[in-house]
Design a protein around this ligand. Sequence first.
Ligand code: NOJ
Length: 486
Amino acid sequence: MFKVSRRHFAKLAGLSALALATLARSRGGAARPGPYAPASFPKDFLWGTATSAYQIEGAASEDGRGPSIWDTFAHAEGNIGDRSNGDVACDHYHRYKDDVGLIRELGAKAYRFSIAWPRVFPDGTGTPNPKGLDFYDRLVDELLRSGIEPYATLYHWDLPQALQDRGGGWLSSETSRAFGDYAGHVATRLSDRVKSFFTVNECGRFVPFGYGLGIDAPGLKLPDAQVNQARHHVALAHGLAVQAIRAHGRVGTRVGVAENISTCLPAIDTPANIEAAAVATRELNAGFLNVILTGQYTEGFLNYAGANAPKFTPDELKIISSPNDFLGLNIYAPGYYIVASDRPPGFSVLPIPSSFPHMSSDWLRIAPETMYWAPRLAAEIWNVDTIYITENGTSGIDKLHPDGQVYDLDRIMFLRNYLTQLQRAITDGVPVRGYFLWSLMDNFEWIFGYEKRFGLYRVDFETQARTPKLSASFYRDVIARNAIGA
Ligand code: NOJ
């Protein structure tokens, strides 16, 4: 029941294979010319899927793992929509071998997972837990045995609770230093096999949601000055981790960030609006991506923040902007639709109409062109030569049909359209080298618990059975042909 057979995939993908074969025969087997040619990707394009530790692992108190702020937050009354938590989640800690099998079934060449800091340093700092990295050792070996390249994220929101209790978590630069030490330790142990690391995931979410709005862990509602300071400490942590990985990792270990860039799209693609969207991209990412990639807080950001601006030293800016090897972008909904303006700062943000379509998550507005503009503008303004789409995907209702299948045509629609725009970007020379679909399987979707399903595989959280959705066949087909469409 848990195992997914090749036959099962073949059955789902079979129709299209049959149709393709028939078409190819009727045309003497030759590829169709001109406008009907499939939208293909570069030969070495890296197709992958993504997950994170707290969302899938479970085993919350096994092998010496300490508590994280998400354990505390999820266990507190009223924080999670379905009153669930990540204690068991997908039980991936015990089922990782089968789960690697699921990635293999897709034909994916890469897998982005995250390492739980509280497994490695249960107290945040100090002596590492002797068993802390054993699980990741096993996981990485299993991935490599299966021909899947591991991409490890060091921080996907599960801060050791001890660091929150001692210094207020990201409110203290001690946390940034602790993160640097943790990154160095992981690099020492894993960089013989893990060649690519992401430092922090979505600073643009966990700082404002966790420290400003109080709707993510640690659930604080603090004034802007402290939110800005916390963000600065995350940027500092990123820089310290980059340096630690350079110092302790094997030669050739690569490192970058995975960020939910504030996406700015020209409302109508005129040259003036495109230029304005570039200015907006820089300014609306000034507190994190821009400072990491340029070593400066923009004047606009500092003026706007005024007395609430973060306190920093020139030395810190140097650390923060230590050179990266790539940029990871998580792309979902459009952030801002931009038009050019004669008045400073040179752009206006348009209101989004309430009738704008969205997926089953209300926030997930459907705008495939986000996948074109975000990497294009990022590459242009920050002069980046290697971009990974570190996340993209959608939630769905994903009911089991009486025949036992999940016909998630809405997810296929979403992916097809976003991937088409990605292919357009690459064709226009945007240096996107890989794509990690979020997510491999349904998992703990933070404040929404298990009610929002993002997986290519449906998880029955009672039995832990995994069932491939139709979108798994879709993605498998895209990977196999390295193209969308036929
Ligand atoms: C971004 C986050 O990194 C991930 O943890 C989350 O599940 C997805 N978005 C979907 O909301």
